[in-house]
Design a protein around this ligand. Sequence first.
Ligand code: AR6
Length: 171
Amino acid sequence: MDPRIQVVVADITTLERDAIVNAANTTLMGGSGVDGAIHRVAGPRLTDYCSKIGGCETGDAKITPGFDLPARFVIHTVGPVWTGGDRREEELLASCYKRSLHVAMDNGVRTLAFPAISTGAYRFPAGRAAEIAVKTVTDVIAKRDEIALVQFCCFSEAAGELVRNRLEALG
Ligand code: AR6
């Protein structure tokens, strides 16, 4: 297991990382769940900024300042809506993690935290999502030393346990 990967159970809006990742929608104009929490704490300047950057495709990621958040940046990514697995959901979820890490590295971000993208309103099965998250992040950072810390920020102990199990399975 890469020592740069950690699991935390927390509200992601409280984390003082270089960047936190947002599980957004294609409009980037806010919503419920983690997206709503991030927009609330970052303040209206975030929504205003997002209104000018032209949305985001599913599987892609865009960076903004963190405004009133303790994190310096927010990396907004758009996960797939789970509709049974035959609409490239797994590939698109992996792409969210990859693109977020590349956007982070392009912007000098060394420490970041991910929520469990797509596992709430977008209904992606949590166990499979944890497996994809852990494998994708591990593979991307293995080749790069710019990233010092990646935290999987889970919203419940049960969600944290799923990710810990996947990390342990990788050895
Ligand atoms: N900190 C960390 N994790 C959180 C927090 C938080 N403050 N709040 C929720 N979670 P969801 P999605 C967890 O629904 O499935 C929005 O309306 C939550 O328990 O936030 O990608 C967007 O605008 C779950 O495990 O995101 C989109 O329309 C995980 O975050 C849509 O929902 C993701 O749940 C995106 O749906």
